[in-house]
Design a protein around this ligand. Structure first.
Ligand code: 4AD
Length: 478
């Protein structure tokens, strides 16, 4: 048998070909003659033309949306418009039938909610196959960027016993029997009898471990799943999400901003170069969706224009204090339109404030740095003002916070004090404080929420639609 072709390769062919074999799933079957076949290799289906006189009616009857087929035929220039090539079918076998009454994915518009309930089949649609191809491509680009810039990839642990990050509620990992756990003398659960001999949970971030590797290999990154048990049922939060965390020795906060900006631009540039068909498809989807909205809610830029805008423009960099002044004096604050009014310096910025800065005030990505120490994690480097830390968040239009990072506190005494202040015992993180004892140096890093990046890149407005099988409160199906 001849080698089977991917539909993507066939459609990129420069010449016609005889007797090619392809596999795929039927998207549509029109007029008992035209099969649109898709194998997932690209957004494009290939039109396969069957002459019904040459095939048994019993076979043709089995061809429905969703049926899997093997088709052999000649690749010829298409008679119809809309495609360069089509296949004149000489052989056709039905690999797997698909009951059109039962198959959830019909050739019509489905709501995203409905498709979430059918997440095992939603990548049979153009929208979801495009999103997931972009996701794959972006992961590849992440590794590409770091690999070509001298970073080493570190696999930080998923199970951890350090709950000091304070990034969010953690999921416990245990093998104790919940009905009858061992108890200590105070009638508390005795975790020394648990699998690891101590309390453990799923990691909220690989940063602390990545820091140990930065302080030896120099430039490192982790890219893996992270888990947060916050009960925040929003369109931007997952209980399991993927985070990219670079960590670099001898780099300060400004180097960190430069790295994050160049990294984000590279990733977006990569998909514009390599995934333009999928981006164009998603752009058209958004243009159609936009037309159903009132004029004032329509976007000023198309998807690809937005992506190119980010690639081609400097991110605006402002300190928390500058952001605070803008917000305090802005119209929605004065007219009490914000849910959380900005009054006193030191207040945490809520997503309504971040969106105002990015979407209304600056209309471009914004990096906010030097945040009040009180609202940020203990490991961030304290500034000389003793009030602010060398933190930075990157905010994106339509998304809000996409990156959070900082220069780390490298002074042992300051770090110990900060830990004690928030009630973390430095001994519990002895290996982390060791880094400050043995050849300490300034170092910095950040975390990019991979799904938030994919939301921006695809124009999807719910984070559940950019990860294959979303985990959110009350939902771990599939
Ligand atoms: O700002 P966060 O909590 O930072 C950290 O975890 C640091 N340890 C990173 C570091 O410096 N190495 O999270 C980083 C990013 C956020 O900006 C956001 O994009 C994403 O992770 N994120 C989430 N994405 C989806 N669902 C959630 N529940 C998320 N929480 C954070």
């Amino acid at each position: 048998q001849m080698k089977n072709h991917s539909i993507k390769d066939l459609l990129l062919s420069t010449k016609t070909m005889s007797k090619v074999t392809i596999n795929g799933w039927v998207r549509t079957f029109r007029a008992n003659r035209f099969i649109a076949l898709n194998d997932g290799s690209s957004i494009s289906s290939v039109q396969c033309v069957v002459d019904f006189e040459n095939f048994d009616e019993s076979v043709l009857k089995k061809i429905n949306t969703g049926t899997s087929l093997e088709i052999t035929g000649d690749l010829v220039e298409s008679q119809g418009s809309g495609q360069k090539f089509e296949i004149i079918v000489s052989d056709l076998s039905v690999l797997g039938e698909c009951d059109s009454e039962e198959f959830p994915i019909q050739p019509k518009k489905h709501s995203f909610e409905f498709l979430r309930d059918n997440a095992h089949l939603r990548t049979r649609t153009n929208t979801f196959s495009a999103i997931m191809r972009l996701r794959s491509s972006l992961s590849f680009a992440v590794h590409n960027y770091f690999n070509s810039n001298g970073f080493y990839y570190v696999h930080t642990p998923i199970i951890t016993s350090s709950d000091a990050e304070g990034a969010g509620e953690q999921f416990r990992v245990t093998t104790l029997n919940p009905k009858n756990p061992p108890l200590d003398e105070n009638s508390e659960v005795d975790f020394s009898k648990d699998f690891f001999g101590k309390e453990t949970s799923l990691t909220v971030s690989g940063q602390l471990e990545a820091e140990t590797y930065a302080m030896s290999l120099g430039k490192v990154y982790t890219f893996g799943p992270t888990f947060r048990a916050e009960n925040s049922n929003t369109s931007r939060h997952l209980s399991e999400f993927w985070m990219i965390e670079p960590e670099v020795a001898f780099m300060d906060l400004y180097g960190n901003m430069d790295l994050a900006e160049s990294f984000l631009k590279y990733l977006l540039q990569y998909i514009v170069k390599n995934n333009i068909d999928d981006l164009e498809f998603l752009e058209q989807r958004l243009i159609k969706e936009d037309k159903t909205k009132p004029q004032n809610l329509r976007s000023e830029m198309t998807l690809i224009e937005k992506i190119k805008f980010v690639i081609n423009n400097d991110f605006k960099r402002i300190s928390y204090t500058e952001a605070f002044e803008i917000l305090k004096n802005c119209k929605p604050n004065k007219k009490k339109k914000f849910k959380y009014l900005i009054e006193n310096w030191g207040a945490d910025l809520q997503s309504e404030h971040e969106r105002y800065l990015v979407e209304k005030h600056f209309k471009c990505p914004v990096i906010i740095y030097d945040y009040p120490a009180k609202i940020k994690a203990f490991y961030m480097k304290l500034n000389d003002d003793n009030k602010t830390v060398k933190a930075m968040d990157i905010l994106f239009p339509g998304i809000g916070e996409i990156v959070g990072g900082s220069q780390r506190e490298e002074r042992l005494d300051v770090l110990n004090k900060k830990m004690n202040d928030i009630g973390v015992n430095p001994n519990d993180l002895w290996w982390y404080t060791d880094l400050r004892k043995f050849g300490t140096a300034k170092h910095s890093g950040f975390g990019l929420g991979f799904e938030r990046l994919i939301m921006f890149a695809t124009g999807m407005s719910n984070i559940r639609d950019v990860i294959p099988f979303p985990r959110t409160p009350q939902n771990a199906e599939f």
